[in-house]
Design a protein around this ligand. Structure first.
Ligand code: ATP
Length: 368
């Protein structure tokens, strides 16, 4: 390398799957902001490849993911996912879970906080009072896919949904949760359970949590029944920090968390394969929001935060932090979509974040 040459910039290959509803709108916004960030920082490059796997594709071809699709996805460093038409079990199992399960994305990470410039619906809950990370077990529990239906249509029709808890999977998610709690300043971990009523899987869950706590003496743990947890989240948000819960429990609690932080349009989700054998997948927590699709008013902030989490996972933690900082600055300036009490459109918020990146990190304007 000549003395004047700049160090080589890593290039990250990102697969984008916008999918349904407002997915394409918020993923477009996310890519625009990520490209501006890369252009301003000049420390890494991003290459996007788009996959049109959606409910539309399913209607035309009978498949969400074409043959060989997962092998194509595997060639990427990360996946940026929009939203899938969730009430339909065919779309959930045909697309989202069809990626999460084979790619062993067993840790679902859902941070939530009250952004500067936004308001929680809770009286007296300000920025800093609610700052949580929910760790959701993402491979089994109530969504393991075990069960079945027989005697369909008969009065004695039977359907079962078996909640599966294996020591292997509970141990790996507990370890991940303890490590997450340990990496945060307060080192608090709340283990959500329902072992009073679910006396097998959830008792194993509690036992593994207790055993693992011996390996993490600096992490303070407590245990909450899921029903009591909902009231604690509302009444004492400041008492919580890192939370670990089963697939179903965390699914519900994280929607509550997003609403308590101000809007479901803010919060991100990472579906991580901590072994790093497969690409991890990053998506906003919200669904396809068909009621506002095409209106240009979807809040892109959840996707921006998702993009920041993705950068962190790729090893670009500083870039992720800077992106999130720019997003919070824009919220603080009052550029907010309708769900947060503002009037700005998706495009206006996106442009404001790109302007903020340019003014704080670098001047060059991207032509998109
Ligand atoms: P799905 O069936 O895909 O889960 P849904 O409509 O049941 O979709 P969400 O998509 O999460 O569930 O939407 C719940 C509510 O929150 C809707 O009224 C929707 O308009 C609103 N919402 C969700 N995401 C956003 C967003 N990014 N910006 C603004 N409003 C949003």
């Amino acid at each position: 390398m000549s003395p004047t040459a700049l160090p080589a910039q890593p290039t990250y290959r990102i697969a984008s799957i916008p999918a349904d509803g407002i997915g394409p709108e918020v993923i477009d916004a996310g890519i625009q902001v990520l490209q501006q960030l890369a252009e301003s920082l000049k420390t890494f490059k991003l290459e996007f490849k788009h996959f049109d796997w959606s409910s539309e594709t399913y209607k035309k071809t009978g498949k969400y993911i074409p043959d060989g699709g997962l092998d194509e996805l595997r060639k990427h460093d990360a996946i940026l996912f929009g939203a899938v038409d969730v009430p339909d079990h065919i779309s959930l199992w045909g697309l989202r879970l069809a990626i999460c399960q084979p790619f062993q994305q067993y840790a679902n990470v859902r941070p939530t906080k009250v952004f500067r410039g936004t308001q929680s619906p809770l009286r007296n809950c300000n920025t800093g009072d609610l700052d949580w990370v929910i760790i959701r077990e993402n491979s089994e529990g109530e969504y393991a896919g075990h069960g079945g239906r027989s005697h369909v249509g008969k009065p004695w029709e039977t359907a079962t949904e078996v909640a599966v808890f294996t020591r292997h999977s509970v141990e790996r998610i507990m370890r991940f949760a303890f490590e997450t709690a340990q990496s945060r300043p307060r080192k608090l971990l709340t283990v959500v359970t329902k072992s009073n009523a679910q006396r097998n899987g959830m008792v194993l869950w509690d036992e593994v949590a207790k055993e693992m706590s011996a390996e993490f003496p600096d992490v303070i743990t407590d245990k909450m029944l899921v029903d009591a947890m909902t009231t604690r989240m509302v009444l004492k948000p400041e008492s919580l920090d890192t939370i670990v819960a089963s697939n179903l429990h965390a699914d519900i609690l994280s929607d509550l968390a997003a609403a308590l932080a101000g809007s479901i349009g803010i919060a991100p989700t990472s579906n991580l394969d901590p072994t790093r054998e497969n690409p991890s997948m990053f998506e906003p927590i919200h669904g396809s929001a068909f009621d506002i699709t095409g209106m240009g008013i979807a809040n892109p902030v959840a996707t921006f935060w998702t993009a920041a989490e993705m950068l962190g996972w790729l090893g670009e933690e500083e870039a992720g932090r800077r992106l999130l900082d720019c997003v919070e600055n824009v919220c603080e300036k009052g550029v907010l979509t309708r769900d947060l009490g503002g009037k700005a459109t998706t495009k206006e918020v996106t442009e404001a974040v790109c302007d903020e990146i340019r003014s704080t990190l670098g001047q060059k304007k991207l032509v998109v």
